[in-house]
Design a protein around this ligand. Structure first.
Ligand SMILES: Cc1cc2nc3c(=O)[nH]c(=O)nc-3n(C[C@H](O)[C@H](O)[C@H](O)COP(=O)(O)O)c2cc1C
Length: 174
């Protein structure tokens, strides 16, 4: 079942004009909040936006492209935020990005499990989104995804063969 979810999940950029049931929304949010995190500090906060004018405003910030249009079209937009002070810093790596990454991916996989679509959106003007959603300056806006029923199941985007991604025993050894 898990492998099927990994194999069949797609980034969805076209959505049906159909609402999402509250129980399904709750399930995907719960999946996100069950994620592991640095010292279990759970640095995340998720802004759930249903208001179509607000989704349109965010869509305009994203520009004129398929993912921006998806933000306007899907019935829900979820914006994933992090408080970096509630996560670790080690080896010059900021672990709030990982905390949010895991949580958002859990959200996306549970959405697929519920028959819903998502698409990770990581590229946007953070300051404009901050203003639109009144996010405080100490909070980072890491990702967002539309949530809704997919209008189609896109083709697999493909991956490198596993052997190309794996070394044995030491770097470079295939
Ligand atoms: C961290 C991250 C950021 C991403 N940012 C964007 C984005 O800004 N816009 C977009 O259209 N897709 C974005 N994507 C989606 C990827 O393009 C997509 O996952 C990849 O092409 C593989 O396709 P698939 O998800 O259908 O398997 C992002 C994905 C990840 C993991």
């Amino acid at each position: 079942m898990t492998m099927e979810i990994f194999r069949e999940r797609r980034s969805i950029r076209k959505y049906e004009d159909r609402p999402v049931e509250d129980e399904k929304l709750q399930a995907v949010l719960e999946a996100a909040c069950l994620a592991p995190s640095w010292a279990n500090m759970q640095c995340w906060a998720f802004i759930v936006i249903k208001d179509s004018a607000k989704r349109q405003e965010i869509s305009t910030i994203l520009g004129n492209n398929p993912s921006a249009r998806a933000v306007a079209a899907a019935p829900i937009l979820i914006v994933a935020c992090a408080d970096p002070e509630k996560s670790g810093k080690a080896n010059e790596q900021a672990y709030y990005m990982l905390d949010i990454g895991i949580a958002v991916q859990q959200l996306c996989l549970e959405a697929f499990n519920q028959g819903l679509g998502t698409v990770w959106l990581g590229w946007f003007d953070e300051e404009k989104v901050r203003q639109a959603l009144e996010v405080p300056d100490n909070i980072r806006i890491v990702a967002m995804t539309p949530l809704g029923y997919p209008a189609r199941h896109p083709e697999f985007t493909g991956r490198r063969p596993v052997e190309e991604s794996v070394f044995n025993e030491k770097w470079g050894n295939r």
